[in-house]
Design a protein. Sequence first.
Length: 591
Amino acid sequence: MHNFHIPVLGLAFSIDTPLKVARYGISSVVSIVDDELVERMREFHTREHNDEYIPIKKNEHDYRARRIRAYLDMLNTYVTKQMLALKQQPFSQGYDIDRYFEMLPDGSPLKQKYVLMQNTGDAELKHKLEQQLRNEMQPGSIDVNIMAKVDKMNFDKDGHSTGEINTDALAALRGFAQSGLNASVILSAGMNPRLYSYLEEFSDFFPDADGNTRKRVILKVSDYRSALIQAKFLAKKGIWVHEFRIESGLNCGGHAFATDGLLLGPILQEFNEKRQEMFNELQAMYLQALNGKGYSVVNNPSTRISVQGGIGTAAENSFLLEHYALDATGWGSPFLLVPEATNVDEETLHQLTEAKPDDFYVSAASPLGVLFNNFKPASIQQLRLKRIMAHRPGSPCTKKYLCTNTEFTAEPICTASRQYQHLKIEQLMAANLPVDELYRQIHEVTEKICLCEGLAVSAYIKNNLLKPRENKAVAICPGPNLAYFKATYSLDEMVNHIYGKLNLLKNVSRPNLFINELNLYLEYLNKEVARSVNNMNTKKEKYLDKFRQQLQQGIDYYKALIPQISNQTREYLQEMQTMLQTCEAQLNAIA
């Protein structure tokens, strides 16, 4: 229904977004990392609907997968009920059925039919069009996200492994696969062969007798090469990638996966130029694998390509869709400022609207060892500093989703935990390091924060679910693009902004998204050079040189692209050109 989607937002910020936007035809993505969060939100919404809640306890068999399945089935049930109720509402009386069609893009055939229905004076035609509109209404998709790196092994009370199929990622996939959803799983954070191979165990990922696939795979990718490698791995198993969701390496929310200097524009160009070539290669592998498994193919598969990360205006949105022949865009961080769509507590919401650009920064705060978009005023930062001042750095580790470190223990522990940080600081103190180096390394250790608790608690606060003595420090991970949005908005306002019917950034000075991303990469390169200057080696030198060369190639690409941007003013393009020249001078200075 719409040509944009709402990507996954942390753990809790979009945990129940489908219940708020799917009935308007808007697709969104739910994180299924945290089964405790999922279970508590299932209890909350079940009781809100006056339905019976039957808990799934941690001592029950396969509890993680069963909790996730139950939650997704609940979302599906309630969204289905919402749609049935919506279709029964009368038109033109201020009900949500009109809101559904008003929010659609003007170019949508369904929107045009709605406008015709409103304006016709023919009562018989009006009635006929109303019935057609009701029949054609579809909810947005309830999609899920699995971060491939969050896949720890689990152990029973005796310390024995519960087996590979009970790792966190595989159990989450099983919960989704066994649910009644007709939807997609977004696989992110790189390839996990164990997880990807597990897809073969579920028939819903293969076409049925009518050629339809109930469960579809979307890959979140940062460049063409990695996308092709992952898609070929899956195609050889008979699993089709229904969408490549390209995300800016640094100009995004959540974890940030920097490319080796490859910028978004050239990446999109490569996808556009090689789209058919990729499709042909993958289709041949896919059909051969399906035939080997005994499936008869009725419909040829199709692949969508979308982009997300740093999009801020309707002009940018439409240019990306048209110039690169994309199927959709993703708008994530701006929806954190839409209270009716996401779960952000009042204090954090106020902080976001008052934030300055330098409040948003890329950090090393994630226990996964991956760059993480952070927010300085967030209450979890104040708690982290308070614990350091009390000589008790680190967090109690209760959920253990990010336990990956075995430096000091046989069983993995989390680098944000109090246990790890105590042991690591003791080791550093005994290493006779120079004072400056000691402080630098201790800072790296204590910068880690508990994402399991911090990214979930906002939903508990907003919905009054916080338990006594439960930690209420919020972690939030918006992309830097959010710095330009300075208020809270209704769902209608944000959707109208995306489609150019309203400008929420009027009179706001904001560089083009390509320039914003380029500046982030220049900052990243500067830090890499500074970090390497005292321990430079041939490998590092080659990496930095390749990084610089690819940034220069990106700048050259944008120089040629600017004259092709036809939906911006001459002044805007001149300013973009000037900023590009400044960026090139900064790159030369680094070199």
